[in-house]
Design a protein around this ligand. Structure first.
Ligand SMILES: Cc1cc2nc3c(=O)[nH]c(=O)nc-3n(C[C@H](O)[C@H](O)[C@H](O)COP(=O)(O)OP(=O)(O)OC[C@H]3O[C@@H](n4cnc5c(N)ncnc54)[C@H](O)[C@@H]3O)c2cc1C
Ligand SMILES: O=C(O)[C@@H]1CCCC=N1
Length: 388
């Protein structure tokens, strides 16, 4: 049997963004190949694990607006597959009363009419038992927020892509991209050609972009994914109506702490620091910095008295950060048939369906549904050199 080598589109990287992009392209009747370096499913990138937070609570209106559609597209995928991907839990948002960051979030929710409840110090424990509000902090709940079942979502979208005729080739690492009117993509197993290529390589984006003469200002950091033991099993579970939460300590989101109700490991609650230390994605396990754990322990001792302040399980994941923490959704500055989705900065999963739609629109030359100026490459001071 001979392998087809000619495609309309090739998507490189089968994380959440590449998988949704490939799915959208096949929906647009494009003959699409999705290439992945590892055997699927894998835990070496940014999209693995069982859960992610979904929320509309953003300071910037453009994210809140994109999330309106993203919720609809998640529900559409649930209907297509008959698989539950989202569970509403609400998102508890806490921050210093006098911080601009917290007030901007609150104002954005009000301005965008996102259903929410403002909590007072007096009724806080009635709404959120087993949690303490820090002195000087305020709290609110974004009601529509909740948990996405991440690994299920990835399986579902990849399955739908294949059902529509899309081809996934895993264990194939892309080793070279030759730009041109027809792009040639070489892997460790073969050579493919396509009219357009989408690069959604997560932490490996810059390694691949080297082939195209472009480097983006991306910083890859390793996140320690910490799980904390409940003193009474189930105390912080969805069944007990414990919500997802974000605790903003200052003006920068890199000081945030976030958590989700116990789910994947019964009796353990996932609580992480929204920053980590720099790493090479191929050397992730050599990055052993655990200074974030001291910060998390301090928070757990003060705010979550029903948890043992010692991590019971620590797993790894990576963020690919841009300087402004906004995504990169754009065509390559020199080769317009190479589309880039990168720099999801630790908050991209919830947007997966809408990112897939936008990258597919850029690929087929349609006018994107949203104003993509916050996501353009020209906002950085990047230099390109010809890859030819
Ligand atoms: C601990 C943690 C918690 C998070 N929490 C949330 C949350 O609550 N809510 C939220 O919305 N977001 C969250 N995020 C962020 C979200 O998960 C990421 O933004 C998203 O998964 C990024 O997806 P991606 O497809 O860009 O990257 P990846 O998932 O890394 O996918 C890139 C893929 O490309 C492949 N690849 C790379 N190079 C090559 C090559 N040369 N050849 C072939 N394949 C290649 C990789 O193997 C990988 O599979 C979290 C992230 C982490 C790490
Ligand atoms: O994107 C999200 O909602 C989560 C929580 C805050 C930090 C990063 N990811």
């Amino acid at each position: 049997m001979t392998t087809t080598r000619e495609y309309d589109c090739i998507v490189i990287g089968a994380g959440v963004q590449g998988s949704f992009t490939a799915y959208q392209l096949t929906k647009n009747n494009k003959k699409t190949l999705l290439l992945e370096q590892f055997a699927l499913p894998h835990t070496r990138g940014s999209s693995h694990g069982q859960t992610r937070i979904i929320r509309k609570a953003y300071k910037q209106d453009f994210y809140t607006h994109m999330m309106e559609e993203s919720y609809e597209l998640w529900a559409q995928l649930e209907r297509e597959t008959g698989i539950q991907l989202y569970r509403q839990t609400g998102l508890l948002l806490m921050g210093p009363k006098n911080s601009q960051n917290y007030q901007d979030l609150k104002n954005s929710l009000q301005r965008n009419k996102v259903p929410m409840v403002l909590l007072t110090r007096d009724n806080f424990s009635q709404h959120i038992p087993n949690m303490k509000l820090i002195e000087g902090h305020e709290a609110l709940v974004d009601i529509t927020a909740g948990v996405l079942y991440a690994d299920r979502a990835l399986r579902s979208v990849q399955g739908q892509f294949q059902k529509l005729g899309g081809v996934i080739r895993d264990k194939e690492m892309v080793t070279n991209i030759s730009p041109g009117p027809v792009v040639t993509v070489s892997t460790n197993a073969g050579v493919y050609r396509a009219k357009s290529v989408v690069i959604t390589a997560g932490p490996w984006a810059n390694k691949l972009l080297t082939n195209t003469g472009l480097q983006l200002p991306l910083q890859v950091v390793k996140i320690n994914v910490c799980y904390w033991k409940e003193k009474v099993p189930g105390l912080y579970s969805m069944q007990q109506r414990f919500p997802c939460f974000i605790l903003t300590e200052g003006e920068e989101s890199s000081e945030d702490i976030y958590g989700l109700p116990s789910n994947e490991y019964p009796g353990l609650v996932k609580i992480c620091y929204h920053m980590g230390s720099e790493t090479d994605p191929d050397q992730r396990d050599k990055q052993t910095d655990k200074s974030d754990i001291d910060i998390l322990q301090h928070c757990i001792r003060h705010c979550l008295p029903g948890l043992i302040p010692e991590p019971a399980v620590v797993e790894s994941c990576m963020y690919t950060l841009t300087p402004d923490r906004h995504f990169v959704l754009d065509c390559h500055p020199t080769y317009s048939n190479i589309v880039i989705g990168a720099g999801f900065s630790g908050h991209g999963f919830k947007f997966g369906p809408v990112i897939g739609k936008l990258l597919s629109e850029l690929t087929v030359g349609q006018v994107p549904t949203y104003d993509l100026s916050p996501f353009r490459i020209t906002r950085f001071n990047t230099k390109t050199k010809s890859a030819l």
